[in-house]
Design a protein around this ligand. Structure first.
Ligand SMILES: Cc1cc2nc3c(=O)[nH]c(=O)nc-3n(C[C@H](O)[C@H](O)[C@H](O)COP(=O)(O)OP(=O)(O)OC[C@H]3O[C@@H](n4cnc5c(N)ncnc54)[C@H](O)[C@@H]3O)c2cc1C
Length: 390
């Protein structure tokens, strides 16, 4: 068997992998290889779907704020290096009934961290955002640095820069297994084998296939996307319609302005079960699901056609408490980043930077709760993620 050598091999050229490749490729004298089972930017990953909500007022509390602030700087660097528009800082508007728990946490976060924001009462929401049908008692929080990220453009840009910096990328090549040896890590692929001094496993929803130690921890949540045509598309353009999160009763909607000029994104998730393997995840909504989502959307947005004009169904690997796994194994050779739990795109450049620092054995600011051992201790108490986490 022909075995090739490299300093660092990144498995998966998706959200985390592309950012790790970008960051690693900046390091002088390091030979960097990326292996991706599909083509360069494809339709199967967790990043697919035109936009991702970026917000600094993260409802999960202050855990993520420093990560997101660093990611914000790195998103701007990626834009500058690539010359592409990736981060549309149009604001992110949370709308919920007064006293709603997630909303209150987000408000606490922006106040504690002194993040630029504005609060809106019911009348202000109605006056300034007529696209939303505002319910009595709704209040708003505009996260000024929030907005929409362009995930496909981001992944493409990071990969292009990595390649221009000398990284070697191999597409339509699947990693079959990873095995530590005394002199490195053997990575067998469908196109031959590599002996790498360091490996970054960034294989998203497929992580458990390559890293059996993640099998008990990770579960796949199905996440659907839907786009609707408004009668007045000019009201839904990024300049007038921020990215949004809406909570009405038990229904959670999220979405983004119209980037294509005719439809905007508004999504809510049916009660899908969790899965263990990507092969089992449904590929589309059912007709009944689309009708129901359309009816709900028409209750929340003014003047929209309730039939989605685009729809797609995706997956993402979740941990029980939705904290990511960011860890290096005992030998220091294998770095694993997984379990981004449906909210991780916004901070992937930070994860890419951490991957490069872990490869180099440098100090990082990684939260100790992201370590695999810490996850497993919590898992023993909570049990695995069971769904409903978006
Ligand atoms: C519908 C949806 C909406 C979301 N909304 C938001 C949002 O608004 N804001 C936010 O911040 N986050 C959001 N997220 C979460 C975020 O998009 C994901 O957490 C993130 O994209 C996961 O990145 P990843 O690198 O782990 O996986 P991916 O981006 O899927 O990358 C994994 C890559 O590894 C490759 N791979 C896997 N196995 C192998 C192998 N054996 N050999 C070679 N290659 C392999 C895959 O093909 C893939 O390219 C959303 C997710 C979904 C699905």
């Amino acid at each position: 068997m022909n075995i090739q050598n490299t300093d660092v091999l990144v498995i998966g050229a998706g959200s985390v992998g592309s950012m790790a490749l970008w960051q690693l490729s900046k390091r002088e004298g390091l030979d960097v290889v990326g292996i991706e089972q599909y083509g360069r930017v494809h339709t199967h990953g967790s990043y697919v779907g035109e936009s991702r909500v970026f917000r600094t007022a993260v409802h999960e509390g202050g855990t993520y704020v420093p990560m997101i602030q660093r990611a914000r700087t790195l998103w701007r660097e990626l834009e500058a290096e690539s010359g592409r528009n990736i981060y549309a800082e149009v604001g992110c508007l949370s709308i919920a009934p007064e006293g709603f728990a997630d909303f209150t946490t987000a408000l606490g976060t922006v106040r504690d961290f002194d993040l630029k924001h504005r609060t809106l009462d019911t009348e202000e929401l109605r006056r300034e955002y007529p696209q939303h049908r505002i319910q009595d008692g709704d209040v708003g929080l505009l996260d000024a640095h929030g907005g929409g990220l362009r995930p496909e453009v981001a992944v493409m840009s990071a990969l292009k820069i990595a390649e221009a910096n000398g990284a070697r990328l191999f597409f339509n090549t699947s990693v079959i297994d990873v095995e530590e040896r005394p002199n490195g890590v053997m990575v067998r692929t469908t196109q031959g084998a590599w002996l790498a001094q360091r490996v970054v496993v960034a294989s998203g929803s497929w992580s458990s296939r390559l890293s059996p130690e993640l099998d008990d921890l990770l579960r796949l949540q199905v996440l659907g996307l839907t786009w609707f045509m408004p009668e007045r598309p000019e009201l839904f353009v990024p300049e007038r319609f921020p990215a949004f999160l809406r909570d009405v009763g038990s229904v959670h909607f999220f979405g983004a302005p119209s980037f294509d000029g005719y439809a905007f994104k508004a999504c809510t998730n049916p009660e899908w079960p969790v899965y263990r393997d990507v092969a089992d995840v449904p590929k589309h909504h059912t007709r009944e699901e689309l009708i129901k989502i359309g009816q709900r959307a028409a209750e929340l947005f003014d003047g929209i056609n309730p039939e989605p004009v685009r729809e797609s169904v995706h997956h993402c690997a979740y941990t029980p408490d939705r904290l990511p796994v960011v860890d290096r194994n005992d030998s220091g050779r294998v770095i694993t980043i997984a379990g981004l739990s449906g909210h991780g795109f916004k901070f992937v450049p930070q994860l890419g930077e951490w991957a490069a620092q872990l490869v180099a054995g440098e100090d990082t600011t990684i939260d100790p709760r992201f370590a695999l051992a810490a996850h497993m201790e919590r898992l023993a108490v909570t049990g695995p993620y069971t769904g409903g986490g978006h």
